[in-house]
Design a protein. Sequence first.
Length: 413
Amino acid sequence: MDNLLSSPQVDIKEFLRPVLFGLAEEDLDELSQAAVVRPFPGGAVICEEGASGDVVYIIVRGRVEIVKRMDDGSERHLYEGVPGEIFGEMAILQEGIRTATVRAVGPVTVLEIDREPFLTVLGRSPSLGVRILVRLTARLRDADQQAISELQRANEALTRALRQLERLDRTKSDFLQVAAHELRTPVAALMGYTQMMQSSPSVQRVPELEVLVEGIVTSTERLHRIFNSILDVSRVMAGGLEIHRTPVSIPVTFQSVRSKFEQSLEERGLTLELKGLRDLPFYPGDPEMLYKVFYHLVNNAIKYTPDEGRITVIGRMVEVPDLGPCIEVAVEDTGIGIAPGDLELVFETFYRAEDVGFHSSGRTSFKGGGPGLGLAITRGVVQAHGGRIWGESPGYDEEACPGSQFVVQLPLV
Ligand code: ADP
């Protein structure tokens, strides 16, 4: 083959004979007459992805690499061609464009055969057709295998990343739980001492001191509430909410919630109306946890409703397709409402629909601050009871105040 270029036609025919074995003598003659010997230096592009192609190539000497451009601009190596191999036939058969780029790996010599003679011989020679078919099938199979291996590798990498994320997530909720637990104890002590100071006559005698102590009491109570919420949410996140079921009276639970907020309701001129709760049966649930659900819902209704607004709690029995008979409690308000895109997001931990900067620090003041944990805890508790909770609102509008309602359904087990 080294003297290929010295007596081209004879040598090309002799080169093609074993490569395309089974071809009739006249077909070999026709192809070798149509073939042009073409040398390429290493790294040269022999045919380019996206270009139209009307020649087919057979490698005489050297090796080529076939690569494909990916969407991210990188190149994917498909396979390597060695002497005797045909490439570029796909574009000819499909009358289309090149689907890959072929590049010389070191110096390469190829035979170029035009589309017309190649198709004519192909039409006459079933053996050439079968040969090409076998080669294409093998290539497709290789590509399949390669894609499957890549998918497997990507899948393994994703699984590893997921495991790591799960581990980190566990570490995060463990940290939250331990930190909140450890910090809650000294804060509880601080709260006790400052309350004692508040009732001490020596403090009560000095009005300036009284104001200062009042400030410390309010702040430590707030800290205590936040640590409690962090503890609750870390349990929800870790899936470790323990439910101790006993018969719970929903109207009594709401009375406790109301008395907790009595002063704030009065200060803000808000009315809290309870409807239908007395007709509900006792619910087999965790009283402390259910108190938290309704506490957070009423607290939010107070926080996001301007002064003089109305909060209505409606209880009723409903039959829910997947849950069976349920106690349903809806907490409605005449507040600022929630944008449709936020109705699900508000249940995420630490999520606030608005800018954090808008929040003041009061527990029940209008748009008063909160760490964004209430609804995450609420959903966790409701789901631990096998129930569901969702929010509804015509939209967010601080002027028109279209209101929101949060609906809780708890199945009677
Ligand atoms: P936060 O401590 O911030 O109140 P929540 O988890 O209880 O946290 O609520 C998340 C966000 O959902 C709130 O910051 C608020 O933007 C929105 N939200 C909750 N309840 C209401 C409501 N009744 N009306 C309007 N917005 C609400």
